[in-house]
Design a protein around this ligand. Sequence first.
Ligand SMILES: C[S@@+](CC[C@H](N)C(=O)[O-])C[C@H]1O[C@@H](n2cnc3c(N)ncnc32)[C@H](O)[C@@H]1O
Length: 230
Amino acid sequence: MSRKNKLRKFAEIVSFPNVYECYNVQEPALVGVNMTPVEMKGAWHRDHFKNEHPITLELACGGGEYTVDLARRFPDRNFIGIDVKGNRLWAGARTALTEGLHNAAFLRTRIEVIASFFAPGEVSELWITFPDPFPRESQENRRLMAPMFLERYREILKPGGLLHLKHDDAVFFQYSLQVINSDARCTLLYQNENIYASPLLYPELGIQTLYEGKHLAAGKTIKYLRCTIS
Ligand SMILES: C[S@@+](CC[C@H](N)C(=O)[O-])C[C@H]1O[C@@H](n2cnc3c(N)ncnc32)[C@H](O)[C@@H]1O
């Protein structure tokens, strides 16, 4: 993408009423539409969605394919796509606005500081879709399934909240299973190393993200796990 195109998207996203942004992870704070400072922790139902429906987050959402498609399929639930890259979020946020999906919002932040933006128990479910694998051992702590990240998720999830992970990379998948199985407060509910080899467990597992499309085109199998976190 050209620099000009990126800058256009950064400028446009500021005017989107369904996007919140954190500009400084050292002092995490959010701005909403037209850079207005907002305090969303504990206030997503009241101040954004205007309902009490359960909230699902899509972490590392990129263009937000899961956020948008889940919002279409489940009008009685709320969805928030989260990624650090505004030019990627722009696509999902614009589609949600065009289609009038009032149950989809987007948050641009690093996931490391996610607990600054959600109150304990405010979130019911997490989807993590094709996060960067960070294959080197020295990068292990940056993997979104590292124990440090699970601690952040635990802070914001309802007790027993669900986490779904979809990935193409066998090493990342095995690492995730190992982290879950060594955490006494996580329970693995389901795992499948090739979801398309048999009928899908449920229809929304077939939503395909940009990266999933690339991995399938390259002949990779798609892996999925689901666990609870207490
Ligand atoms: C491989 S892409 C996957 C995007 C999308 N889920 C898909 O499947 O097409 C990984 C995404 O994770 C985001 N990401 C990686 N580490 C992150 C972090 N610590 N906080 C927020 N976003 C992160 C990147 O910006 C990128 O958009």
